[in-house]
Ligand binder design. Sequence first.
Ligand code: Z5A
Length: 230
Amino acid sequence: MTAETDIPSTATRGRFITFEGGEGSGKSTQIRLLAERLDVEGVRAIVTREPGGSPGAEIIRHVLLSGVGKMLGAEAETLLFIAARDDHVRNVIEPALAQNIWVLCDRFADSTRVYQGHAGKVDLQLLDAMERVTIGALKPDLTLLLDVPVDIGMQRASGRRGADTPDRFEAENVDYHRKLRDGYLAIARREPERCILIDATKTPDNVANDIWAALVQRGLVVRQPETQRS
Ligand code: Z5A
C-alpha cells in the first residue's frame, strides 16, 4: 500500500504513463514503440502490465484470465485485480519511480473502473475505497486512451489469437465491449488533465507519432519524433 508522504517530488521521480483501451486497441504495440523511442532519447524506462507485472501478480493474472475469478462473482474477481495491483505497485512500480525510472504500464486502475465498474456493475464507491487503499496518491502522470471502434478491436484481437481459445474477457459479447469503449470515453471527458484520447485506427507508426506528440504537448519530453526530424 502507498502512503501519500512516501512520494518524492517529480524532479527526482520517474514518470508514470499508463496505456488503456479495449481489446485489440494496440496497447502492447505502442508501449514497445514508445519504450524504443525513450531509449533513443536516453530515458530509462520499464515496460510492465496489469494484471501482472510482478511475480505474485502474474500468478493472480493466470487465475483471472483462466476465468476462475469470474466463477467467484464480480466483487471477488475485482478483489483479485486489486490484490495483483497492490503487489505490482509495491514491488515494481513504486521502486522504479523512486529510482527516477519511467514506468510504462499496459492497463492500470482505469481498467478496473471500466471492466469491473462500468461493464461489470461493481459499485463505484467500493472501487473508490479499494483504490484509496491500494494506490493511495499514486496517479499516472499521463494516461493514453487508445480508441478503436469495437469491431476493429475485436477483429485485430481475433487475428492475433489465431486458433487459440479466447480468454475470459475476449469471450464477452459485443455489447460488453461497447460498454467498455463508452466507459473509457467517459473517463477521457471527465479527466482531460490526466488523459489523452488517441485515435488508434491509424497505422502503428502514425499512432506512435501521435503518442509522442502527446508527450511533447504535456511537457514530458521535448524532442520531436524521429520521423518528423529533418
Ligand atoms: N482487466 C480487468 O478486467 N480489470 C483490470 O483492472 C485490469 C485488466 C488491469 C487483460 O488482458 C485483461 O484483463 C483485459 C482486461 C482485464 N481483457 N481484455 N480484453 P490482456 O493483458 O491479455 O490483453 P489486453 O490488455 O486486453 O490486450 P489486447 O487487447 O489483447 O491487445 P493490445 O495490447 O491492446 O493490442 P496489441 O497486442 O498491440 O495488438 C493486437 C493486434 O492488433 C496485433 O495483431 C497487432 O499487430 C495489431 N495491431 C496493433 N496496432 C495496430 C494498428 N495500429 N493497426 C492495425 N493492427 C494493429
